[in-house]
Design a protein around this ligand. Structure first.
Ligand code: G6P
Length: 435
């Protein structure tokens, strides 16, 4: 089995390496290729050396290579993992700060920030899918590049490559919930519906018993769930009415003012945007990674939001490879599993996974009180995907104005113009050669 990791120089790669080591019996990986772009060479070299030390320490027989040649990495691959950031962390800093100028949320994956990230990322991932059609047409594209739902939908609609999108949020939610209920995660089953970064835990089962009503009748449980969306005034009442667990990304929609204020305060206090904080974290991480004495994943990596994503990715590959039919919460085409969302739209939900792919389990209606928001965001996502592909400013404007975090065509236009200008080198689809 050959696995290619695109964006191999990412600081998250040691998580994946640790995962491959832990799964040596169930995932017989022979070749592991880390691939990156020229600007990422230095990081790629550091990650490669650390990964080699980790594999050697574990006595692993995996043959690890690194390359800047994507074709070479893709040739003959069975699985291609994408974990890239077009425009690197500097572009994220712009996504997070430009909308704030207009008192709108700049967030990596939701609102205007996520919109700009989608415009930059979708064409690049589609070009990878095209290369895969040529070099490894039967391989699986396992995408965790954000915005993961939109990126996966773009691939599924515009290429022949089989792809599944994933995120660490569902596994994080399940682990947190098991801790809260003081139960073994194996005894927990959640019915999880919605979109990537806009999801809802509709029903909760413990040892097969539906305990949803019982849990939401308890004040301490409602308080715990309110904490997931920030614990602001109104959160408890909202959760008690919803009787469902909103993912923490829902807090950006329910408590938008507070989220904007927090970002503005952080900037005022010199803490910068999350991108600035991540840059500092990454600097420390890479210093640590470069030390020849380090031969395991350092604890510090857990300070990044993507913790546990290797668990999500590798257990998914394990289910495909071993045809085990286990349940995973991943991003797939809806095909009617959730009523009210488009058939041809990607959703994040429970799926049975085997070697023919991820098959969504039908769950019917979205939870009461969640559907207007979820449908609006899906409509925004579909317009954004269109705009990312055809580079049409009018479609892009319609997408932004449809986003519930934008409020108003005047703001949408200003933010769109600023974002397109700031990211011009990464948005060739929006600029003709003369521009
Ligand atoms: C979350 C999300 C990921 C995202 C990450 C950002 O956990 O689920 O999709 O990439 O946070 O974390 P960061 O440390 O980069 O802010």
């Amino acid at each position: 089995m050959k696995v290619a990791i695109i964006g191999g120089g990412s600081s998250y790669t040691p998580e994946l390496i640790e995962g491959f080591i832990l799964r040596r019996d169930s995932l017989p990986v022979k070749d592991l290729v880390l691939v990156d772009i020229e600007e990422g060479q230095e990081k790629l070299d550091i990650i490669y050396e650390l990964s080699k030390r980790m594999l050697e320490k574990a006595g692993s027989k995996i043959k690890l290579t690194k390359t800047l040649d994507r074709d070479q990495a893709l040739k003959g691959a069975s699985y291609v993992l994408t974990q890239l950031r077009v425009g690197r962390i500097e572009a994220r800093a712009k996504d997070e700060s430009i909308p704030l100028k207009y008192h709108r949320l700049g967030q990596e994956t939701t609102g205007a920030g996520g919109f700009a990230k989608a415009l930059r990322t979708i064409p690049v991932i589609l070009s990878i899918a095209k290369d895969m059609e040529r070099l490894c047409p039967d391989a699986w594209l396992i995408n965790f590049t954000n915005p993961s739902g939109m990126v996966t939908e773009a691939v599924l609609k515009n290429s022949k490559i089989r792809s599944i999108g994933l995120c660490n949020a569902p596994i994080g939610l399940q682990r947190g919930l098991a801790d809260q209920l003081k139960i073994d995660p194996k005894d927990l089953y959640v019915e999880y519906v919605g979109l990537n970064h806009l999801s809802w835990t509709k029903r909760i089962f413990v040892k097969g018993r539906d305990v949803t009503e019982e849990l939401f009748s308890k004040d301490d449980f409602v308080e715990y769930v309110a904490g997931i969306i920030g614990g602001h005034k109104g959160a408890k009442e909202l959760v008690a009415a919803l009787k469902t667990i909103p993912s923490y990304y829902c807090s950006y929609f329910f408590f938008e003012d507070q989220a904007i204020q927090k970002d503005l305060d952080n900037i005022k206090e010199g803490k910068g945007t999350r991108a600035d904080q991540v840059m500092a974290l990454e600097e420390d991480l890479f210093k640590l990674y470069a030390s020849p004495d380090l031969d395991e994943k350092p604890e510090q990596l857990s300070k990044r939001g993507g913790a546990l994503y290797s668990e999500a990715a590798l257990s998914l590959i394990e289910s495909i490879h071993n045809n085990d039919g286990k349940m995973h919460i991943v991003n797939v085409m809806n095909k009617g599993a959730i009523t009210g969302l488009p058939h041809d739209g990607v959703i994040e939900t429970n799926c049975i996974v085997n070697k023919s792919g991820a098959h969504p389990i039908a769950s019917g209606q979205l939870p009461r009180g969640s559907s207007a928001l979820t449908k609006a965001v899906k409509a925004y996502e579909q317009l954004t995907i269109e705009a990312a592909i055809d580079g049409c400013r009018q479609t892009a404007l319609l997408a932004l104005v449809s986003n519930p975090l934008i409020h108003g065509a005047d703001k949408a236009l200003d933010i769109l113009n600023d974002l397109l200008k700031a990211h011009k080198p990464y948005l060739p689809q929006f600029y003709s050669k003369e521009d």
